[in-house]
Design a protein around this ligand. Sequence first.
Ligand code: PLP
Length: 371
Amino acid sequence: MESYQKELNPNTRVLMGPGPSDAHPRVLKAMSTPLIGHLDPQFLEVMDDIKVMTQKTFQTKNHLTFVVSAPGSAGMETCLVNLLEPGDEALICVNGVFGNRMSDIVERCGAKLVRIDAPWGEAIHPDQVKEALKTCKPKIVAIVHAETSTGVLQPLEEISKLTHNAGALFVVDAVTSYCGTELKVDDWGIDAIYTGSQKCLSAPPGLSPVSFSERAVAALDNRKTKVQSWFLDLTMVKNYWAGAKRAYHHTGPVSAMFALREALRLVLEEGLENRFARHSATHELLKEGLEPLGFEFLVKEGYRLPMLNAVKLPEGLDDVATRSRLLNEYNIEVGGGLGDFAGKIWRIGLMGNSSTANHVNQLTGALKAII
Ligand SMILES: *Cc1c(COP(=O)(O)O)cnc(C)c1O
């Protein structure tokens, strides 16, 4: 029998990598709800529910808050292509893969890229931003809140103030931090933010909640050129999400949105503060379990992400062989290192529904047996 002739039946995995994370059964059940049309009044209600819950989880009152029908990278691109026009300057903070990706998009927008770099595994220091702002006049300053490639948590408030003092818009990648650690869009002065559905929200991959402040909307309204992407052009998408007429723009991913609605409900049922506390507690438990086995955290204390633990492998432990044993014998997925860290670190995700003592115990138990 050919492989394609067999019914789909992958193993049930324990997802402890950099995303996706395990989805709650209620989310999977919602996803199997029979389809309705994407302009059905009942689906528009689902979109409205999602918008309200997205505002609550972002801690924002921003009217232009919605979900891009594509993964986190499309949320990134939505923020950048809408706010930048050819010739604009953009200051991008880079300390890992995702700052690099933003820089790439900035250049594709025809904007002038100014980069600040910090070593991978460290946060960007506000003084670096202050220094850079002396010699450029950017329209936006963009930074990653939770750098999933290195496990660094980036403090945002000081850099937000510097950005606004320079008259620029503050753009934040919160794909991994969203729903896993404190994130206050309004209080922290964030003008444009994008996230992903599959990390600490524990919904299926493929959607990107985003939000734009009044100042960002004004910048959009003042554009002189058309947004180069048709699909991501907010001037049109916003009519589907928030317009009085709810005009057709594209066919909304109905099943994924059903799932997202349920995932957001679960977050609000738990409460944001409780959810953040749970992520911290599980991170501590993992640390207690891994350090005796010889793993060391890459990032300095105080800057560690609770949901993405970057750990250096103990001397003599083979990266690829051990990760394949974890997957094949224990059904546990953990992430490998990227770039310079390939083969040297693991990235252990404790995101959303995967952030439980049970997950930690399964991993540490398996590692004890292997080592
Ligand atoms: C995962 C991730 C992205 C990209 O999201 P995709 O859904 O994979 O496109 C962007 N930024 C950060 C920090 C991420 O962790």
